[in-house]
Design a protein. Structure first.
Length: 378
């Protein structure tokens, strides 16, 4: 579940960029004069420098035209957001790249990774999809929602497919990197705040939500551990079987890092909110990933938590990573009032985040931008 996106019930629908007001036009003009350097801009805009480096996820509907994109990127930049994680195909990215550069915004392409709706793959490679402990293919019988069709990271063909996707994007001039989303297993256990929506009480790992028991996974685990995972009395209790699956995603990610770095590009990811939650719910052992940055999705309401929890999971993630790797706290704008977004931002930064990442830019109204700007410059 991505952010967003990362949750089955999550909607990526956002608000359209707001119309340009006369005041905004004046602001944009003023900004254009000082857009040559980030530090000058940061100081000139709010009188105080921006705290951290900050990002926003951007959905395709908010960057449909180059004019719209320019308005959005300029607006982000003026309010302390220097990076955009934008969903779109390689052609769109190539067009957006100079627009982002002119606005002073770093552009990374946000891709949906192992949750695969690529019709060509679904049609020609049904065997690439994960199989549950119950024996159902996620392609034919997806858990929770109909788009939950997942590729198995153990398969060499899937690893090659993902490497090709990253390599094709990394070839785009001006694109700073590739941002992975849904880079994990489907939720063996949903976040506790989402379970009621599906009429579920997931007090343990149930077979229909437990993946992957495809022939390739079973054979590889049997070779390593001497047992077919389907023969384990309680697969959820097996440390070896748990680690085997963590390592499948870790190995895939670390190979993709090599692909991106080989082309001089960054690789980053949207991950579950803390390392312990990520391992338990979706088999993401993200502190073992050699990424250039992490954007954990700290969508507190999915976990029945208040805003202060954002500080606690930020601290846990920060402690698990080496100091040189940035962690940006992902905030769900639609779960927060504007004043709460400001407070959540301050809590995340005070807890050691390198910045925040908004999910998503389309939800930001004038009131949100004003509050965010204040928090980032406090
Ligand atoms: Zn498998």
């Amino acid at each position: 579940m991505g952010r967003r996106s990362s949750k089955p019930d999550d909607t990526r629908a956002g608000l359209a960029p707001r119309p340009i007001t006369r005041r905004r036009v004046l602001q944009m003009g003023a900004m254009g004069m000082v857009s040559a350097t980030f530090s000058v801009l940061g100081t000139a805009c709010g009188g105080r420098p921006v705290r951290g480096k900050n990002w926003a996820w951007v959905v395709p509907k908010d960057v449909q035209s180059l004019d719209e994109s320019k308005r959005l990127f300029d607006r982000m930049r003026r309010h302390g957001i220097e990076g955009a994680l934008v969903q779109g195909d390689p052609e769109r990215m190539a067009k957006l790249s100079p627009v982002a550069r002119d606005a002073g915004v770093e552009l990374q392409c946000w891709i949906i990774s192992l949750c695969c709706r690529d019709e060509e793959v679904q049609k020609n490679h049904p065997d690439w999809f994960m199989i549950s402990r119950k024996g159902d293919s996620s392609l034919e019988k997806p858990p929770y929602v109909n788009y939950y069709t997942w590729l198995c990271p153990t398969r060499p063909e899937v690893q090659e497919y993902m490497a090709r996707r990253v390599a094709d994007l990394a070839d785009i001039q001006g694109l700073a990197g590739v941002h992975l989303d849904y880079i994990r297993y489907p939720d063996v256990i949903l976040p506790v705040g989402i379970q009621p929506k599906y009429n579920l009480v997931q007090d343990r790992e149930y077979p229909e939500f437990d993946f992957c028991y495809c022939p390739v996974c079973r054979e590889q685990f049997r070779k390593e551990a001497g047992v077919d995972p389907l023969e384990l009395k309680d697969p959820s209790a097996s440390e070896a079987w748990r680690k085997f699956r963590w390592d499948r995603v870790t190995n895939l990610v670390n190979n993709l890092v090599k692909v991106a770095h080989g082309k001089g590009k960054k690789l980053t990811a949207a991950v579950f909110p803390s390392p312990s939650i990520a391992r338990r719910l979706v088999r993401q052992d993200w502190p073992s990933w050699n990424l250039d940055a992490f954007h954990p999705m700290m969508y507190h309401k999915y976990y029945n938590q208040g805003i202060d929890w954002i500080g606690r999971v930020t601290e846990e993630g920060r402690a698990a990573l080496s100091d040189r790797v940035p962690l940006y706290s992902g905030l769900a704008v639609y779960m927060l009032e504007p004043e709460e977004l400001a407070r959540a931002t301050q809590i995340a930064l005070d807890a050691g985040a390198s910045g925040i990442t908004l999910f998503h830019a389309g939800h930001m109204s004038d009131r949100y931008w004003k509050q965010l700007n204040r928090a980032l410059r406090s």
